[in-house]
Design a protein around this ligand. Sequence first.
Ligand code: S3P
Length: 171
Amino acid sequence: MKIVFVGYMGSGKTTIGKLLAKKLKISFLDLDEVIEERLEDSISNIFNGKGEIFFRKKEHEYLNDVLSQKNNFILSTGGGTPCYSGNMDTMLELADYVFYLKISIPGLVKRLILEKEHRPLIKNIDDGDLPEFIGKHLFERNNFYLKANHIIECDNKDPEALVAEIQGLLA
Ligand code: S3P
């Protein structure tokens, strides 16, 4: 089974993906980690040194590599992955399930204020400006996220409950 998680930065894709992979006993992959390993550099450095367009090209290339492998996996993507280069359609075509982990703007703000540093797109945004930035950004990205096979409402639910909910949706 090939399962992909999409959602905004800080929506819990990695946490939920890892937990589900453990439950299902299949391997877990994080696309940001794949990019960092293959380019031997951090996401922040790649953004700073080579720029976002270079990052998006590599993200697209490695996503296709991961999706084309024969083995089962759970993949957590980056917040922007579904929004570029037809990636969302490719994921829908090649994976068995694409789950969108949906969180409210206040929920995202609360999480992201604490973990802005390693995220190049929000690192330089003042805490007070985050709600407006995230709101606008989500508005643009929602068109892609909402194409997922299942939309999981994540506010006020703990990871175990979310994993149980997702497991209930797997055939
Ligand atoms: C990005 C999200 C990040 C990472 C990169 C760009 C985005 O991943 O891929 O910083 O465009 O939203 P996370 O969603 O895991 O933070």
